[in-house]
Design a protein around this ligand. Sequence first.
Ligand code: IDP
Ligand code: MG
Length: 155
Amino acid sequence: MAEIQKTLVLLKPDALQRDLLGEVIRRFELKGLKIVGLKLIRLTDEMLTEHYAHLAEKPFFPSLKQFMMQTPVVGLVLEGLDSVESVRKIVGSTNPRNADAGTIRADLSMNVPSNLIHASDSPEAAATEVKRFFKDDELFAYEKITDRYQFGEGV
Ligand code: IDP
Ligand code: MG
């Protein structure tokens, strides 16, 4: 049974530098995901050490953190049916050269760490990551006239 979920997306410094913020957000809008949180965030070393804890032992960890601090990132919270999995599918796999055509990473990028986007990889991670980057009063609940088609039974 599908459920309405929130998921956390970060548009990385390469998306900002390459003027792709609008294009990437447009892809999520076209899917019908609802933007319930949106802001610029200046990431700190401390935030990144927590966020990328699973990569702490990798040789590229320091340069990954440097990359993520080059400019502010755009934080997005997207709501939709099974949005965690849907967003990961639209984003594509980590290495853009292996990602399926049609995904954002495959269509618009070709390198790591510059693969444009972070997206939560499980409902548990999404809950933790939304809280990590957004305060409760930065999340908005509102109705769109399309909700019945996108989230309901379409009648
Ligand atoms: P994900 O972003 O697809 O979930 P993770 O394995 O969680 O992938 O890695 C987080 C981020 O770290 C990647 O999106 C990418 O920017 C960077 N990264 C992953 N592997 C490498 C690597 O081998 N070299 C440099 N950067 C990497
Ligand atoms: Mg990840």
